[in-house]
Design a protein. Structure first.
Length: 267
């Protein structure tokens, strides 16, 4: 099996920070060429500069994952610059918290447009070309523990991330004959700027509201880990074609309880 990173091309949406940039760093350290995609052009350029200083070849493409044409343009730019894509990480995302009945239609649309449709558009833009190039490859779709277990105050986010998990499970089955691996990243709490970025994105859609109420402690159980604790698991999953990427030891008990409830419900 060829090295999935050395001399290969990795594309990462939401690449201007957080887990996205962590993936870029990890892949570049293994010899990959990097295409960063984000709506935050200054942040993205700053991250690219840091990678180039370490010897990585990096391209930046401003990309709005809610716009299919923008994501298609990203794919065009990647093939124009690098001639191929091998690792595609549909990672851009936001998180909106609050009681479900207080969520507005705009909250639903924005979350689904970024967190779910961004994954779908990225898949449609890149996978047909990856199949045609016949060089294998791997997709990583970023979901969340909220895509595996329903959580209070995160209902909108859960709906989007459950959709990503189901989409990715189906995609893995369909791409296996083409030699393209598929993984879904399902972390618990990781120290990133997703909260601030999510508020900024909501501010682009509507006038800024008062600071949102904080979820009850039970809605946010689990320890907080750093991006550097997550990226080795992503690299390992790509190397071994592992479907689920989990990040916290606490996840085991949550998932066991869910599995037990499903088992008990079977006739």
């Amino acid at each position: 099996m060829s090295d999935p990173f050395q001399g290969r091309v990795a594309v990462i949406t939401g690449g201007a920070g957080g887990i996205g940039f962590g993936m870029a760093e990890a892949f570049a350290a293994r010899g990959a060429k990097i295409a960063l995609a984000d709506v935050d052009e200054p942040g993205m350029e700053a991250r690219a500069k840091a990678l180039r200083a370490r010897g990585a070849e990096v391209a930046c493409v401003r990309t709005d994952v809610t716009d299919r044409a923008s994501v298609e343009a990203l794919a065009d730019a990647v093939w124009s610059r690098f001639g191929a894509a091998h690792v595609v990480c549909n990672n851009a995302g936001i998180a909106i918290a609050g009681p479900l009945l207080q969520m507005t239609p705009d909250d639903w649309r924005l979350t689904m447009d970024i967190d779910f449709w961004g994954v779908v558009y990225g898949t449609y833009a890149f996978v047909p070309r990856m199949i045609e190039q016949k060089q294998g490859g791997h997709l990583v779709n970023t979901a969340s523990m909220a895509g595996l277990v329903g959580m209070s105050w995160l209902g909108v986010y859960c709906a989007a991330k459950f959709a990503v998990v189901g989409f990715t499970e189906s995609l893995k089955r369909e791409l296996e004959p083409h030699g393209i691996g598929v993984s879904v990243l399902c972390p618990m709490i990781v120290a990133t700027d997703i909260t601030a970025n999510s508020m900024r994105m909501r501010g682009m859609e509507a006038p800024k509201a008062a600071a949102p109420a904080q979820p009850p402690p039970a809605a946010m159980k689990g320890g907080v880990i750093g991006v550097a604790d997550v990226t080795p698991r992503i690299v390992a999953a790509i190397e071994t074609n592992q479907l689920y990427i989990l990040t916290h030891p606490e996840q085991r008990d949550f998932l066991r309880r869910r599995a037990a409830k499903l088992d008990a419900a079977c006739p």
